[in-house]
Design a protein around this ligand. Structure first.
Ligand code: KIV
Length: 279
């Protein structure tokens, strides 16, 4: 059954945990859907996972659009949330509206996500007023990696914790339908989750959040290294290398392809061709 933004609040009210994961292409989105996961984020982490960038700062709106289209085709029943990349929502609210509209109209996303606290709340409100569901993102906000001085846990000090609580309330007040809490101490994430009526979706924020999100490639073991907050549920990277080595070995040895992987000519065609050559 399709999940939409309003249902996430109902899930929180029922105490039902929300499961979310990132996806960036059609094949993986199809598998995510088959696994029954109904909230899919086309995160700008695609820049690091799929495109080999060092941070998400280089990711463009067109890149997110391209991947969003593919994911929507693979997971039609899911709530597909597309990330607004670096600075695509901070120059002006008009700019943010135009960019978010592209992710929904051209990409097929049903919601967008943006990073930041009280300072982005007025823009978030403009998007929500225009009918665009918005997910917030607090704590370690990777688009600010250079300002934060690296991919570091956030909200540990009293001052940071107070600010994060105030930011979360500002996002809820502005109309966000959910907030991602990334790399935040578990006690603080738990407090935010209890104070908000909208769901919190944690990544490295402990079990007290209303839901969890992980980067798909971390969960599947497709990344060479994974952050402390990720759990690998499979080692597909190893499985892929083993499969490709077997393929290369069989091609090298001439044992692949076999007749079962090819097609035969219709009867008499070969003899006719050979006859023509002799004539
Ligand atoms: O870009 C992304 O994948 C994200 C998640 C880590 C929440 O923002």
């Amino acid at each position: 059954m399709a999940v939409r933004t309003l249902q996430l609040a109902e899930m929180k009210a029922r105490g039902e945990r929300i499961v979310a994961v990132t996806a960036y292409d059609h094949a993986m989105a199809r598998l995510v859907a088959e696994a029954g996961i109904r909230v899919v984020l086309v995160g700008d982490s695609l820049g690091m996972v799929m495109l080999g960038y060092k941070t998400t700062v280089r990711v463009s709106l067109d890149e997110v659009l391209h991947h969003t289209r593919a994911v929507v085709r693979g997971a039609a029943e899911a709530l597909v949330v597309a990330d607004l990349p670096f600075l695509t929502y901070r120059v002006s609210a008009e700019d943010a509206l135009r960019n978010a509209a592209r992710l929904m109209q051209e990409g097929g996303a049903q919601a967008v996500k943006l990073e930041g606290g009280a300072e982005v709340a007025p823009t978030l409100r403009r998007l929500v007023d225009a009918g665009i569901p918005v997910m917030g993102h607090l704590g370690l906000t990777p688009q600010s990696v250079h300002a934060l001085g690296g991919f570091k846990v956030q909200g540990r000090t009293l001052e940071q914790a107070r600010r994060l609580l105030a930011d979360a309330e500002a996002l809820e007040e502005a109309g966000a339908f959910a907030v991602v809490l990334e790399a935040v101490p578990a006690e603080l994430a738990d407090m935010v989750s209890r104070r908000l009526t909208i769901p919190t979706i944690g990544i490295g924020a402990g079990a007290g959040c209303d839901g969890q999100i992980q980067v798909l490639h971390d969960v599947l073991g497709l990344t060479p290294r994974h952050p402390r907050h990720a759990k690998r549920y499979a080692e597909l990277g190893d499985a892929i290398v083993t499969a490709l080595k077997a393929y290369a070995a069989e091609v090298g040895a001439g044992t692949f392809p076999t007749p079962e992987h090819t097609w035969a000519l219709e009867p008499d065609v070969l003899a006719a061709l050979e006859q023509e050559r002799e004539d």
